[in-house]
Design a protein around this ligand. Sequence first.
Ligand code: AMP
Length: 586
Amino acid sequence: MLPSFDTQDMEAGLRVIEDLTSNANLIQDQLLREILAQNARTEYLNRFLDGQLDKEAFKRQVPVVQYEDIKPYMERIANGEPSDISSQPITQLLTSSGTSGGKLKLMPSTAEDLERRALFQNLLVPVMNKYVEGLDQGKAMHILFIRQEIRTPGGLMARSTLTSYYKSSNFLNRPYNRFNIYTSPNEAILCPDDKQSMYCQLLCGLIQRHEVLRVGAVFASAFLRAIKFLEANWEEMCSNIRTGRVSSWITDLPCRSAVSSMLIGPNPELAISVEKECGSGKSWEGIVKRLWPRTKYIEVIITGSMAQYIPMLDFYGGGIPLVSIPYASSECYFGINLQPLGKPCDVSYTLLPNMAYFEFLPLETNHGETETVDLVDVKLGHYYELIVTTLTGLYRYRVGDILMVTGFHNKAPQFRFVQRQNALLSIDADKTSEEDLLNAVTKAKEHLEQLGLLLAEYTSYPDTSSIPGHYVIYWELKAKGCKSDFRELDKGLMEECCSTMEESLDSVYRSCRRKEKSIGPLEIRVVREGTFDELMDYCIMQGSSFSQYKTPRCIKSDAALKILNSGVMGSFCSQCVPPWDPFNMV
Ligand code: AMP
């Protein structure tokens, strides 16, 4: 049974969290019992359990699996065959941003699952309200998008988890709650055309600029895309505000009429006040604070690969706190950051024990071993791979995320998101992860400070077209001032960036470079502004979700590579071999 509470009663929301975290062990055991009682007779579980319902048998006999193992089951569900994994009807399939064999991964979802996810969403506001006063005195400018839905051959909808939530009655018919009023009308959020949706949501945000108390998007990258969009379109928006008429290219009728009803006549004073902040060659530093002066925080996910956007958010936000609250996925929702005003580097998520039955595979012993640890038994400072079992039909499923225990809230552990498990780049024996690459980029980009430049985006590519192969890192830069001018890119300094990156990569990489000479000098290619937007457009055309889009940190497709290469303005290579200490290999 899911706990219920009055969503206007913030104390009640906090009590739910206290109750869940204080009884983490009990709730985990209850949830597993419920899952087994419901599903032990499904074809999938019965194969392993033969009717047994106890936790020990479950952990002993049911294998830990990856997507490839369950893919045939998902395909059968998509084809309209009966579900072999869950006794509850699968009502939709959720599309993950992860792919398998070039196709989106599909996750099962049920009616009850939607309620569970809605409960999670409802717990986010009480957490913020505990730390920030007066959230009921204004609105949230959250730029939210839906993505295209696909009907599977069997007639089920396949869509992203957020699309499913924004289209659900839990979101659309949410009871009036003064803590949770958005500047974006539902019609703008639900507009299937991303450009019209973005334009209208930002326009509505400008119209209500003095009511906005918090701004955000799901991921940091999406919020920055919105700011970039505003940078390109504020003049047209001001003209709409001045005349009281929405631009004629906004043709989505529900969206157009919702925004028009918000414009209520010409408002030249508002147009002038927005122009004053955006225009006449002004730097956009602190623009969020200037346009939405009552903003108390920017709510975006800034952990994992999103950490690279923190400097850009600080630049545009002008020091407004960054708040990263949910940790969630298509498989299930995981946890909440209960200290939302902490420093970005300290963000940890407390897993909520009623979201899934969680197990943890210790990273140190992860050599084919599948001995897992329960939620309440994880150890401080240890690294684990997250494994989930859900009521929807995922059993001991490896999510692919690596987490580190940073503390406990009552009995429930708190985790730092370390990385998505994956070797991102490899030329020889080296296996550079997303986190390794981010660290190296973070160190190298410090050199950019002296040029007044910010790193706006980056990705990588293992170039094996020549022997030895080498890492190519694509950088899109942005001037801190109002105008971008890269004529002054200093060759020596950029070469230093390349060397700093190499020095920051791990000892296997440096050994390959120095000893085996199996990797050539690292290359940085600087691309012109807008190239990564083109890359995003391409990825979305290929099926990535607009709202869940994350820049791929390693380029796999020729077409994407072509886009990046066509934007190259300068290429720089490391001029020295990085140091390597053979005694420092382990
Ligand atoms: P998707 O299934 O496309 O929704 O992606 C879910 C994945 O996004 C998770 O397994 C994580 O790898 C990543 N993710 C979600 N929330 C966060 C977060 N708060 N911090 C870092 N990564 C996250």
